[in-house]
Write a protein that binds this ligand. Structure first.
Ligand SMILES: [Zn+2]
Length: 484
């Protein structure tokens, strides 16, 4: 039987952050995780599309713009550009950057709306909510502080308006069935269980529009000038519009359904509940998998404006280098759980893992190759070790364990050098010296490829060092930290 090679595609998305504030380290983590996954799949020769972007509608945006003394569009342009810059600074390899204020996205959202309407899943009803007049904004009970508006410290009024509703409840049985047939639909298992229980409990139809009397900034509801599409209904559609749903062009046909939506645990219900129901209604296939990462605390404290502990990823990347920040976040924070950030931990990992382990190995090897072998690696041999479980860890969304395995091999190499006293071998046992160097370089070449999805810049530097015709002693890959 002939084996037919199927050309695989891989479509991965991040959530799209809301533009009422500047990027913080939690979103940097999500970008970096998604980037590592995208790069890994490209390494496997999958035709990969990686989407990120910004969520720019909703009632908080006009308020934030006003507070900043700016026109709404100028305001969103500025913040969106900041997120785009973060991608560049962190070495993110996204294929496209979607903005929900893009014309193509608006067209997609309206097209999607019509599909849902045609399925009989949209109806008009009365929406009742807690409304702060000062904010001109509806609040959820959970957004209030002691029953009061968090900004104005006043009690919101109960207001009602006519809205459009989506028949979320209609899809309960279909969703439960999908979850039961696809136990890997949501990863990790704790999040799968959480959303499964939520759906099992029963779903209520949800309001998916707002009256322009209370909110004008949004995508107009097709055929009704007095309503705009509710922020979440609008935002989720970015995963379709980002690959050309409006025209259903070749890109859309090739990449949908998404292979992975990467999200934070706070937006699980929207992505694993509402979104699949919306897709079923619109007659589109469901994403294959939803990966849910945890939250980062700082020095053991929850990140919040009021704590004053918001960590700026730009400052970290500038001070330590993008790959160092990438390494720390991917290695220290368990991909599938919560983790803690502190400068002390970052610097400890930097010194132990990057300076003393990888960096030291490279400088020891290149030094000996230049000094004892005139820059030439004697033999082309197989690597004595490789990260056997790398692919499994990455597919299971345990990126921290993938890196741990690569580092075990680096530690092994450094230990071996110490045990055989590699620097004494040129005199004592030249044959063994040549064999050992060849093996260690083979291991390092293996590591370059294993490392490339995680630390692309470092992998590229290593590639340049070890693919040179004559290898010369490399300056430190990672300089030692000095007290400042
Ligand atoms: Zn208020």
């Amino acid at each position: 039987m002939a084996i037919s090679k199927t050309k695989k595609k891989f479509y991965i998305t991040t959530s799209i952050p809301y533009v009422n504030a500047h990027p913080h380290v939690g979103f940097a983590l999500e970008l970096i995780q998604a980037d590592a996954l995208a790069r890994f799949h490209r390494l496997l020769s999958a035709d990969t599309f990686f989407l990120t972007g910004t969520d720019e509608h909703g009632s908080k945006v006009p308020k934030a713009a006003q507070a900043a003394g700016k026109e709404i569009l100028d305001f969103v342009n500025e913040i969106s550009a900041r997120f785009k810059k973060l991608c560049a600074v962190l070495g993110i390899s996204n294929s496209h950057f979607i903005r929900t204020t893009d014309q193509g996205h608006k067209k997609s959202a309206q097209k999607f709306w019509k599909k849902t309407l045609d399925s009989g899943d949209i109806y008009k009803s009365k929406y009742e909510g807690l409304y702060c007049v000062g904010c001109e904004n509806y609040y959820n009970e959970s957004d209030l502080e002691g029953g009061l508006c968090p900004i104005h410290k006043t009690k919101p009024e109960t207001l009602s308006e006519e809205n459009y509703f989506f028949r979320f409840s209609k899809y309960q049985a279909q969703l439960l069935d999908h979850f039961q047939k696809n136990p890997g639909f949501v990863v990790p298992k704790t999040r799968y269980n959480e959303i499964f229980e939520f759906i099992k409990h029963g779903l209520s139809d949800i309001s998916i529009s707002r009256s322009t009397k209370t909110l004008k900034w949004g995508v107009p509801v097709p055929g009704d000038r007095e309503q705009v599409i509710y922020i979440w209904f609008d935002a989720l559609i970015n995963y379709l519009s980002g690959i050309g749903y409006a025209e259903e062009d070749a890109t859309f046909k090739k990449y949908w359904p998404a292979d992975v939506h990467l999200i934070g645990k706070d937006i699980l219900r929207f992505h694993a509940g509402l979104w699949p129901a919306m897709l079923l209604s619109a007659g589109l296939p469901l994403p294959k998998q939803i990966f849910v990462h945890g939250f980062i605390s700082v020095d053991g404290q929850k990140i919040s404006k009021s704590m004053g502990n918001i960590i700026d990823p730009f400052a970290l990347a500038e001070k330590y280098g993008a790959d160092v920040l990438r390494y720390f976040l991917l290695r220290e924070i368990p991909s599938d759980g919560d983790g803690d950030f502190s400068v002390q931990k970052l610097e400890a990992r930097y010194t132990a893992d990057l300076v003393n382990n990888l960096g030291n190995l490279v400088s020891r090897l290149t030094n000996l190759i230049e000094k004892e072998l005139n820059g030439v690696v004697p033999f082309d041999v197989e690597a004595p070790k490789k990260a056997e479980n790398l692919e499994k860890y990455i597919r299971d969304f345990r990126l921290h364990e993938a890196l741990a395995e690569i580092w075990e091999n680096l530690s092994w190499a450094n230990q071996y050098i110490d045990e055989v006293k590699l620097w004494e071998l040129p005199q004592k046992n030249p044959k063994l010296f040549k064999e050992a160097i060849s093996s260690l370089v083979a291991l390092l070449r293996q590591v370059i490829s294993e490392l490339s999805p995680f630390l692309p810049h470092t992998a590229q530097r290593l590639e340049e060092i070890f693919s040179a015709e004559k290898i010369v002693k490399s300056p430190p890959l990672f300089p030692r930290l000095v007290d400042s």
